[in-house]
Write a protein that binds this ligand. Structure first.
Ligand SMILES: Cc1ncc(COP(=O)(O)O)c(C=O)c1O
Length: 345
């Protein structure tokens, strides 16, 4: 039987045997009472890695971002962010519906950065008619910008600008450890001047569930209250936290393999002549289709056991992860070459 090679997302990984053992034997307690030793360990380890005072464990990256927006703002405020960012495109407008804020989406450059002049121009002067601007949201690595690792200089420029104008900065670091590996700089340095930062265990780190939101003690205490309001107060969540602790120890440095595999995949796609991939910085390959239609490609790929997702009218996204090896990528490329001969002939 043809092996399915699943590039739809790095969220498709299944927990490994040793991760499952760590979960099965986790020490647990009621986390809403603060009694779960595994959650407490994970929160301290996450905060320490990110150079922040505290962290709160949440079920998803979406909840971490929503909590960040809720905790930094009041209803009626306006939040600045890039128009390609995940919060703006894929979080069901929770910022508007749940946090009650207005989003001002600014042009994202292809490399995941925002323009300094444009951000500066968007910050409103205090005025009785205008919403307040308490928050700027950034993303690194940048999913829709092909997994771009936003350089430290660009991060520092944005945090410096925001702080000069009295805005806090939240970093959606769902794949921050991919940025760490791609930039060769510690996650704590990348996020150094961000007031809050979230990262996901359920993506490249290979866990079944979970994200954290890190920041100052006061910020995290308030975010914890908001988490309870959203129904995100979990009880014996140590079973999930144990997976995160395992991942922090074993699955961070190996992200480099996913990045090598993404480059292999992009080269393979390019060679078919049917795709023009963006040069991958990390584990995400975004490729424009230059021959054939996206729906036909997705169907034909799936028929040959290669799974990808549409990422625009003539774009595919393929993500490398823990559960695809270099050999799987080579196999996928040879299947894609065969299909290209038919679909795009
Ligand atoms: C950049 C980014 N932020 C946030 C999220 C949301 O994470 P979750 O799916 O855990 O809600 C994702 C998910 O793919 C993401 O890519």
């Amino acid at each position: 039987m043809t092996k399915t090679i699943d590039f739809r997302s790095d969220t498709v990984t299944k927990p490994s045997e040793p991760m499952r053992r760590a979960m099965a034997t986790a020490e647990v307690g009621d986390d809403v009472f603060g009694d779960d030793p595994s959650v407490n360990r994970l929160e301290s380890a996450s905060a320490e890695r990110l150079g922040k005072e505290a962290a709160v464990f949440v079920p998803s990256g979406t909840m971490a971002n929503l909590l960040a927006v809720m905790t930094h703002t009041r209803a009626g405020d306006e939040v600045l962010m890039g128009d390609e960012c995940h919060i703006f495109n894929y979080e069901v407008a929770g910022s508007a519906r749940v946090a009650g804020v207005q989003v001002h989406a600014l042009h994202n450059h292809a490399d995941g950065t925002l323009g300094t002049a444009e951000v500066e121009a968007a910050i409103r002067a205090p005025n009785i008619h205008a919403p307040r601007n308490p928050l700027l949201c950034l993303e690194n690595t940048h999913n829709r910008c092909g997994g771009a690792a936003v350089p430290i200089a660009a991060m520092d420029e944005m945090t410096g600008l925001a702080h000069r104008h009295g805005l806090a900065v939240h970093l959606d670091g769902a794949r921050l450890f991919n940025a760490q590996v791609a930039l060769g700089a510690p996650a704590a340095r990348i996020a150094r001047d961000c007031d809050s930062v979230s990262f996901c265990f359920s993506k490249g780190l290979g866990c079944p569930v979970g994200s954290v939101l890190c920041g100052s003690k006061e910020f995290v205490a308030e975010a914890r209250r908001n988490r309870k309001m959203l129904g995100g107060g979990m009880r014996q969540a140590g079973i999930l936290a144990a997976a995160g602790l395992y991942a922090l120890e074993h699955n961070v440095d190996r992200l480099a393999e996913d990045h090598v595999n993404a480059r292999l995949l992009a080269q393979g796609l390019s060679k078919t002549g049917a795709f023009a991939p963006i040069e991958p910085h990390s584990n995400i390959v975004v490729a424009d289709i230059v021959r054939g239609e996206v729906d036909v490609w997705l169907r034909r790929l799936a028929e040959h056991g290669v799974l990808a997702v549409a990422f625009g009218p003539q774009r595919l996204r393929m993500v490398t992860h823990l559960d695809v090896s270099a050999a799987d990528v080579e196999e996928a490329v040879s299947r894609i070459e065969r299909i290209a001969g038919v679909v795009a002939a």
